[in-house]
Design a protein around this ligand. Structure first.
Ligand code: TYD
Length: 236
């Protein structure tokens, strides 16, 4: 199914799909990193869990009219996706304050943020993925003002769908990060949506069911990712 390795990132490997120009195979790794790669570890089964979770979420979104690069899950750790021209932007949507916004702006954790806040980060490891504004994004990311508006509108639509999904699972979607790519002139959701890229809190206990248990060393990452997958399996 897969041919040459094109790229290896922190959490995934990207292969050219065999005999299918324009398609890629994403292979989810067991590695976890935090704080821009300063903290690293490997957890057996994490790649499988994120592949299952992200595949289900992209299918859920597709059924609601949100197209992504996702085509199909191939096996435990791999999925087939359409190749996109990556836009070097991390689009973060926040419903409840946590993480960097609490540190940067002094907003107390768990403060409700309504309407949701959309933030843009320039995806550039050497610079530590800095927070940028719209004009910076248009300058640095090879997108037009109209395309940026489309990205933000899509991010908020996705937030509506995901918030409804997770509410049904007894989970608060505090925040998450999206990436988009271009296929010809179309802007398409890409990368992954998983507990690596979302903050997910149990509604009853407020326990963290995401990568913060690794970032903060407060729990078992495999157990909490399994919890998210089990809840998703019940309805998606
Ligand atoms: P944020 O609070 O900005 O950063 P940090 O994790 O350093 O506190 O993160 C907001 C959300 O976006 C959170 O769910 C994690 C996700 N995210 C990523 O998936 N990758 C990233 O590189 C960043 C900065 C955030």
């Amino acid at each position: 199914m897969k041919a040459d390795l094109l790229y290896e990132g922190k959490a995934k490997k990207v292969y050219q799909a065999a005999k299918q120009l324009g398609k890629l195979v994403l292979s989810y790794k067991d590695d976890a990193t935090a704080f821009n790669g300063e903290k690293r570890a490997s957890f057996a089964g994490k790649g499988h869990l994120n592949n299952e979770i992200s595949s289900r979420i992209f299918e859920y979104l597709r059924e609601r009219g949100i197209d992504s690069h996702f085509i199909e899950q191939l096996n435990e750790t791999e999925q087939l996706v359409n190749k996109t021209e990556i836009i070097p932007l991390e689009v973060v949507v926040r419903n409840v304050a946590a993480g960097s916004i609490t540190r940067r702006l002094g907003i107390e954790e768990k403060t409700n943020l309504y309407p949701p806040i959309v933030e843009l980060y320039y995806k550039k490891d050497e610079l530590g993925d800095p927070l940028i504004n719209d004009e910076h994004a248009i300058l640095l990311c090879n997108i037009t003002p109209v395309e940026l508006q489309e990205i933000k509108t899509k991010a908020l639509q996705i937030n509506n769908h995901l918030s409804e999904l997770f509410t049904g699972l007894g989970v608060i979607l505090a925040d998450f990060k999206l990436e988009f790519g271009k296929i010809k002139d179309d802007i398409v959701l890409s990368d992954e949506i998983s507990p690596d890229t979302c903050r997910l809190w149990d509604k009853e206990t407020m326990n963290k069911l995401d990568k913060d248990v690794f970032r903060q060393g407060t729990g078992n990452i495999i157990e909490v990712y399994e919890e998210i997958l089990h809840r998703l399996e019940a309805i998606v």
